[in-house]
Structures are given as structure tokens and as C-alpha cells.
Design a protein around this ligand. Structure first.
Ligand code: GDP
Ligand code: CA
Length: 309
């Protein structure tokens, strides 16, 4: 089993999958184009969200960060006159210190991520999409902004003209990413942002071809319900990239490799348009509020791709 994921939406379905499947059997390829330096530390928001959630120490209400974390270090940084719009808890800081220290010692992001996952007790392989730097730049009405500045500082309220992934032409997918994609029997794309979370992974040289030529059954879950994302800018960003913010738009973005799209019963009437794109439509409740919701949707997806539970 291989999954492709961003942070919050991705980790919700992944924790369901982990619960239903045998834990050894999964690998997750994670977006790193949101990575950013804060106070000289290398922060990988999507990787951290997935590791924390899968380790069972994540803050489930917020979706990101560590449960019951405190914010003393950040408060002190604020007193020292630094900007603190990107919230980093005290325990969370330890992760970024560890990552930065190991990267400075010459370890790759793939290696450091494996160490963090192992130390925190995550049995799935968490694979950064690349060890090379890729950076999402959002072209907004006030000029180009790094993704976290657009997303967190400006709370995605600015008009977006374009999105680019700086450095992507020269970036290589990680070796283990290539293996996880080419050897996968089952491939799941949880409800992550198709533009800025899954987009960078798919734009890495060679990845789309691997998916097109894959023997795996590939299933995605739509993050868009009734024209809106459950949270975050997925709908707005899809529109600014010329896609309809709907399951049909998601199917359109993935149609060249996607076998099955799972989307909410509330959008049932879109089944025929999804089918017309060559993607099999399946509907169910896709809102994951409780842990039971995650487990139920995970089991639904596994059954749809013929995974034997
Ligand atoms: P980020 O990197 O933290 O923004 O997280 P992702 O890209 O993985 O996920 C963001 C997407 O998850 C948003 O577009 C949300 O609409 C979607 N999402 C969040 N919770 C749910 C849910 O319970 N069900 C579905 N279908 N989508 C969800
Ligand atoms: Ca993200």
C-alpha cells in the first residue's frame, strides 16, 4: 500500500487506514513543498502532521501540532521581537531542532524523517517526496508569497493568480519514493489539497508517468464537498488553476492515472461527469469527524480497491 498525502486531510484517512490494515504494509509519500525555515530551523509541516497523527500524539482538534503542547518558547521569541504567526509548540520545537541538527550533520531529509518516525513509534514508512528543495510560491494580488506566508500569515484571504513549485524541474523523487510507487499494489490519495499538497508530488519529474504505468488500483478521496473544502484553500486554488471546485474537477486533475474517485453522497449527481472522465465514481459519507468516521471511510476505500482485510 502506498499513499500520497499532504498534512491535515491526508493524516485523517491515514490514521483510519493504519487502524484497519496491518501496520507494516504501508508507505506514505508526503509533500515537502510547504517546508519552511523558521528561526533557522527546518520545518516540514506536512511530514510532522502525518508523523504526529500516526504516532497518536497529534492534536486532533486542530489537526496539526502535538496534543497538549505549550507555547512558552514562541512567547519568548515574540518578546524578543520576532514574528510568531506560524505557531510552533514547545514539544514541536524539539522535532525541528532534531531535524535541523541531523540535516546539518549531513543526513538526508528521507533519513531524518525515518528516524523521527521510528523514534515516535510510527510503523508506516513516511517518505518525503524528495530530498531536493522544492518551494510552493503563490502569486497573489500583493505579489509572490511562500506558501506558509499565504496560508498561515494571510489566512489564504488573498486573490491568487498562479502557483508554481520553485525548484521542481531539478528535484528528483526520493529513491524509496520511486520504489514505493512502482511496487505498489494499491495506491490511495486521501482527501489532500490537489493543488498544493498532491500537486507538487505529481509534478516531480517522472512521478506522473509512474502512476500512469502503475499496475496498482489507484483510488482518491475528494477533499471537496458541495463546492467547498472542509477547511483550507483547496476550492479557491482549484478555481484559480482553472478547475471546477468539485469531485469532477478533482477527477479531471487526476484522470490520466486515477481508477476510482470516492466523493460525498451530497455530490452524488456528479457521478456521470466523473465517469465521463474515465474514472469510476463511488459515493459515501466522506466527512471524518470522529475516529469511527475515519475507520469507516478507510474500510470503504480498501474494499473498493479489492484490498483483503
Ligand atoms: P494540509 O497540507 O494540512 O492543508 O492538508 P491536506 O492537503 O492533506 O488536506 C487539506 C484538505 O483536506 C482540504 O482540502 C480539506 O477539504 C480536506 N479535508 C479535511 N478534512 C476532511 C474530511 O474529513 N473529509 C474530506 N473528504 N476532506 C477533508
Ligand atoms: Ca500542507
Amino acid at each position: 500500500m502506498t499513499a500520497l498525502a499532504g498534512g491535515v486531510g491526508g493524516s485523517k484517512l491515514l490514521t483510519g487506514l493504519r487502524h484497519v490494515m496491518h501496520p507494516e504494509t504501508g508507505a506514505v509519500v508526503v509533500n515537502t513543498a510547504d517546508d519552511e525555515k523558521f528561526y533557522g530551523l527546518h520545518v516540514s509541516p506536512d511530514i510532522d502532521t502525518i508523523i504526529y497523527q500516526m504516532a497518536g500524539i497529534g492534536d486532533e482538534a486542530k489537526g496539526w501540532g502535538i496534543k497538549d503542547d505549550t507555547f512558552n518558547a514562541l512567547e519568548m521569541l515574540s518578546r524578543l521581537g520576532l514574528e510568531t504567526w506560524f505557531k510552533i509548540g514547545d514539544r514541536d520545537f524539539a522535532t525541528h531542532l532534531y531535524r535541523t541538527m541531523r540535516l546539518n550533520e549531513g543526513a538526508s531529509l528521507t533519513q531524518v524523517t525515518a528516524e523521527l518516525a521510528e523514534k515516535l513509534g510510527v510503523s508506516w514508512r513516511i517518505l518525503p517526496m524528495s530530498d531536493d528543495p522544492v518551494k510552493t510560491i503563490v502569486e497573489t494580488e500583493i505579489g509572490p508569497l511562500p506558501f506558509q506566508t499565504y496560508f498561515v500569515k494571510y489566512r489564504y484571504s488573498l486573490k491568487v493568480h498562479d502557483i508554481r513549485f520553485q525548484g521542481i524541474e531539478k528535484a528528483k523523487p526520493g529513491k524509496e519514493v520511486i520504489t514505493a510507487l512502482s511496487s505498489a499494489e494499491y495506491l490511495i490519495i486521501p482527501p489532500s489539497n490537489p493543488v498544493v499538497s498532491i500537486g507538487p508530488i505529481l509534478t516531480l519529474p517522472g512521478v506522473r508517468d509512474l502512476l500512469r504505468n502503475s499496475n496498482a488500483t489507484i483510488l482518491a478521496v475528494s477533499p471537496i464537498i458541495r463546492g467547498h473544502a472542509l477547511r483550507g484553500p483547496a476550492a479557491e486554488l482549484m478555481k484559480s488553476m482553472g478547475y471546477e471546485p468539485s469531485p469532477v474537477g478533482v477527477a479531471d486533475m487526476y484522470h490520466d492515472f486515477l481508477d476510482i474517485l470516492v466523493f460525498d453522497t451530497a455530490d452524488e449527481e456528479m457521478a456521470k461527469d466523473v465517469k465521463a472522465l474515465g474514472v469510476k465514481p463511488l459515493t459515501t459519507r466522506t466527512i471524518m469527524e470522529s475516529f469511527e468516521d475515519r475507520v469507516r471511510l478507510a474500510a470503504f476505500c480498501l474494499k473498493a480497491i479489492g484490498y483483503r482485510l
